[in-house]
Design a protein around this ligand. Structure first.
Ligand SMILES: Nc1ncnc2c1ncn2[C@@H]1O[C@H](COP(=O)(O)OP(=O)(O)OP(=O)(O)O)[C@@H](O)[C@H]1O
Ligand SMILES: [Mg+2]
Length: 202
């Protein structure tokens, strides 16, 4: 009896996200993965958008993946596992297609960042980690504002309580990384990241 190969159980979801993304016209040489890591409200999505405005990038935002696949998310660990699995598969596909990709997710656990590094290595891509930070009072004000006046581009449901909960799960970043304090202008930090993107690989 013929047994067809098992389909990837997430194939349809991966396809949905891949098709929903806006891909830049040019490919990147080398392909690059910029992993942003930081607590809610520290400015990951803000930084990702500003970076993508300066250099063609595809942003794979975990909140976009979540809301596209699950219109009414429940934030269970099973749901988060699914979102990461799909996001990582999309990132791998983009890197193999020679894209410059930004992973816009909290990426707080060391194994998440290691997984992203592994995806980059497998695609022979350059890899950078950028850690976003901001003082507590500023983050708290931003997260209050998030719910007072909703920015249509903002897909996150995280509030200050979520920020505090996740703070306990945050693991120090062992690999070399950039730290961007987003309390003010981020132009200097963007320039530093852009310079690193242009550096030859060692
Ligand atoms: N450098 C900055 N200057 C001005 N406003 C900023 C800056 N960084 C972030 N913000 C604002 O703070 C709010 C939270 O930022 P953002 O949505 O980027 O956080 P985030 O880290 O992506 O959070 P989440 O993990 O919940 O998605 C947004 O309204 C954003 O516009
Ligand atoms: Mg965000």
């Amino acid at each position: 009896m013929y047994n067809p190969p098992m389909p990837d159980p997430q194939f349809a979801r991966i396809e949905t996200i891949y098709r929903a993304l806006t891909l830049p016209a040019q490919t990147a040489d080398p392909p690059t993965l910029i992993a942003i890591s930081g607590l809610p409200g520290t400015g990951k999505s803000f930084l990702a958008r500003h970076l993508a405005a300066r250099v063609p990038c595809v942003i794979v935002e975990s909140d976009f993946v979540r809301k596209t696949l699950i219109p009414q998310p429940t934030y269970t660990s099973a749901e988060s596992d699914l979102i990461h699995q799909v996001a990582h598969a999309v990132i791998a596909r983009l890197l193999h297609a020679h894209s410059r990709v930004i992973s816009d997710a909290t990426n707080l656990a060391e194994w998440h960042r290691e997984r992203l590094h592994q995806l980059a290595r497998q695609a022979d891509a350059k890899f950078l980690i950028v850690h976003t930070t901001a003082p507590d009072d500023i983050v708290q004000a931003r997260l209050r504002q998030r719910f007072a006046a909703r920015d249509p581009r903002d897909l996150s449901d995280a509030d200050w309580n979520v920020h505090l909960l996740l703070k306990r799960e945050m693991e120090p970043i062992r690999a070399p990384h950039f730290v961007v304090d987003t309390r003010g202008e981020i132009d200097a930090a963007l320039a530093e990241i852009l310079a690193a993107l242009n550096e030859p690989r060692v």
